[in-house]
Every structure is written in structure tokens, then in C-alpha cells.
Design a protein around this ligand. Structure first.
Ligand SMILES: *Cc1c(COP(=O)(O)O)cnc(C)c1O
Length: 375
């Protein structure tokens, strides 16, 4: 019998690597090095090698990674930080928390990523940074974003919380890992993320030595020398048990991404034949880690389709039902409904299907059939 289909199947993924995970966790317990050192250092080195980046700074979660990165840039209250309105709330939340001004911009209909036109229009004399979000696992248009950032002297903080493992090819042919292109990159190891641990975790990437030292200090109470605090900091760290899990799963990351791509290819082949479905657009300069597989519905009743899928035992989710500029906490004089038509249209029409490393061909086909029979 076919196993129950889940949006994300962490159980079966774990069972395949159980021996390694269990012994990694046991090793940490035996060593009693629960915070810093040991496994955290090992994982940090291995991730630096995998990404080809000079510094990985492990932190407590992806939201902290974004906050600490912005803190390290020395921005002042009132400085404007541009970020897309179609993303997870954390991206804008940390900007607002630091007293900076989140300036929201629209996204590209095909790729769901920050719209270059909207970005250009939103730059003012107060703009200090751009946070491109590599949404659903595909890198934003980094050639253009880096060019704009250089022209206006802006920092680029990549939100790579969904895109670790994907690679962007610059116009000159240079291939760089997601999160390692801007001044700083941030990722999350939340369990359901492409590289997920068994609790909370995150990391910051940078090639800038000075910034790395400052970020490391800020994540540790602003401390460079023990009990001497040079910056206002926070307490944010990856614990050793999570590092042990991540160190095992990092070895499988490319394989995991290939498994996701295989499912996405099957979905694409089937759904591109359906006039009422629009498959996710590909930026030819980026590989896609398919953290999510997100369709756009064209004249299909989303609620009815979701209800039908639920009856068939196929879960589905809407990422994200409300763009940030229409969220109660972020509504302002600046933005009104209709301000970002693409994001609003996407919020009304997107539907994400089950996507994980353990989907079998049988399950994938069953999901496809369940969608297609509704149309
Ligand atoms: C998951 C996620 C975050 C936050 O990560 P946490 O580890 O949950 O704090 C930030 N931005 C995006 C785009 C995410 O998907």
C-alpha cells in the first residue's frame, strides 16, 4: 500500500540515515560539549567548504541570522531596507525591529523573486540595503541586484533561508552558491528547510573578514574578549546536537536537491500540459533547490481544488496567502491594496504541492493524477 503523503516527510528521511544521526547525537552527549566547539566547529568548516565561502557563522535560527546581519552593517534608524512583499514575514520583521524602515517592492510573476523594475523605482537617498529573498529555492536576479547595489552603494543581505545548495551563474560565468554572493547571506536550518536540523538553527555567510568578526561578536553578546562587550549584541547560537544532525545531512544535501528536482520535473512535465496551471518559472542563471513547488492557478477555484486534494489524501499549502504590505502589522500610509499587483495576484492564485526528498514515483504520480482529475 502507498504510504500517506505529507508536505514534508522527515520521518522516512531520518530512517535512512538513522545510524549516522544517532551516533552523531550520542557523540555530543558523550562529549558534553553542548554549546560551541566540537561538532559546531566541524559543521562550520564542512559548510564553508561545501559553499566555497570564507566564513560561516552558525546562529540560533534564520530570523536571528537576518537580524544579526543587519546589526553588523551599522545601519541607523530611518535607513531604508528594500525587501520583496511576497516572502515570509521574518525578512521584513527584523528590519522593523531594528528601527529601520522596510521598503517593500513587488516581485516577478514568473520566478516569484524580487522585481528588478520595482527595486529600481524604490531606491531613495535613504536606501542602505537590499534583502533579496531566493524564494522557494531559486536565486533572485543577482547579476542585476549586485549591479544596482554597486551603483548606489548599498549592502546586499541575501535571504537564503529557502535556497541553500542552489547555485547562481553570473553573466561572466562565475558560479556562486546561494547566500554567498552579497555582503552577507542568511540561512535557516528549521526542520522543514532543504537542509533542516531537529530543532532550530541558522547560519550567516560572508567573505568579508571584518564583517565576519563583527557578526560573530554580535551573535555572542557583542563580546570579542571574554566579558568585554564592544557592541550591543544578542545571544544566538547553534547547539552541538543540531550541528551533529546537520553535519550528517550536509553530506546528502546535493542528493536531496536532486530528489526534489526529480519530483519537480515530473510535476512540470505533467502540469505544463494543463492550460489552467502555470508551472514555476525558471531563471536560466540559477539552479532550483525546490524548497517548495508552487503552481499558479489560472481560473481554478483554489479552495475547491484544495478540498478535493484533501479528500484524496494529498496535502497542499498556500505560500503566502497575504503579501507583507497587506499584513495588519505592516500596513502603512505608504502602501494600499493594489500597490503591488503581482504579489497580490500571486497570493490569490498560488498553491504549493508536497515536495520532499522521500516522495516515491508512485506518490508523485498519484499527486499529479489527483490534481489533473479536478481540472
Ligand atoms: C524560514 C525562513 C526564515 C526564518 O527562518 P527561521 O529559522 O524560522 O527563523 C526567513 N526567511 C525565509 C524566506 C524563510 O523561509
Amino acid at each position: 500500500m502507498m504510504q500517506e503523503i505529507q508536505m514534508v516527510d522527515l520521518k522516512n528521511q531520518y530512517l535512512k540515515i538513522k545510524t549516522q544521526i544517532d551516533s552523531g547525537i550520542q557523540e555530543v552527549i558523550d562529549s558534553t560539549v553542548f554549546i560551541k566547539g566540537g561538532k559546531v566547529d566541524e559543521f562550520q568548516k564542512n559548510l564553508e567548504n561545501y559553499l566555497g565561502v570564507k566564513h560561516v557563522i552558525p546562529v540560533g535560527n534564520g530570523t536571528d541570522a537576518l537580524q544579526i546581519s543587519l546589526m553588523a552593517l551599522g545601519l541607523k534608524p530611518g535607513d531604508e531596507v528594500i525587501t520583496p512583499t511576497f516572502t515570509f514575514i521574518a525578512t521584513a520583521e527584523v528590519v522593523a525591529l531594528l528601527g529601520l524602515t522596510p521598503v517593500l517592492v513587488d516581485v516577478d510573476y514568473d520566478t516569484f523573486n524580487i522585481s528588478i523594475e520595482s527595486l529600481k523605482r524604490s531606491i531613495t537617498s535613504k536606501t542602505k540595503a537590499i534583502i533579496p529573498v531566493h524564494l522557494f529555492g531559486q536565486n533572485a536576479a543577482m547579476d542585476q541586484i549586485m549591479e544596482i547595489a554597486h551603483a548606489h552603494d548599498l549592502f546586499v543581505v541575501e535571504d537564503a533561508c529557502q535556497s541553500i545548495g542552489s547555485v547562481y551563474t553570473f553573466a561572466g560565468g562565475r558560479k556562486i552558491h546561494s547566500g554567498c554572493m552579497g555582503d552577507v547571506g542568511c540561512t535557516s536550518f528549521f526542520p522543514s528547510k532543504t537542509l533542516g536540523c531537529y530543532g532550530d538553527g541558522g547560519a550567516i555567510f560572508t567573505n568579508n573578514d571584518e564583517l565576519a568578526a563583527k557578526i560573530r561578536a554580535i551573535a555572542n553578546h557583542g563580546m570579542v574578549v571574554r566579558y568585554y562587550h564592544d557592541f550591543v549584541g544578542v545571544n544566538s547560537r547553534l547547539d552541538s546536537i543540531q550541528a551533529a544532525v546537520l553535519d550528517v545531512k550536509l553530506k546528502y544535501l546535493d542528493e536531496y536537491i536532486r530528489a526534489r528536482q526529480k519530483v519537480a520535473n515530473a510535476y512540470n512535465t505533467a502540469f505544463s500540459k494543463c492550460g489552467s496551471l502555470i508551472v514555476p518559472g525558471k531563471n536560466p542563471q540559477s539552479t532550483h533547490a525546490y524548497h517548495q513547488y508552487t503552481l499558479k492557478l489560472n481560473g481554478v477555484d483554489r479552495n475547491a481544488l484544495q478540498a478535493h486534494l484533501k479528500k484524496k489524501g494529498v496535502p497542499s499549502m498556500v505560500y503566502y496567502p497575504v503579501p507583507l504590505h497587506m499584513q495588519k502589522a505592516y500596513r502603512s500610509e505608504r502602501y494600499h491594496e493594489g500597490a503591488f499587483p503581482v504579489a497580490e495576484r500571486l497570493s490569490a492564485s498560488v498553491l504549493s504541492l508536497p515536495m520532499h526528498t522521500e516522495l516515491t514515483e508512485e506518490q508523485t504520480q498519484y499527486i499529479i493524477n489527483s490534481v489533473v482529475e479536478f481540472l
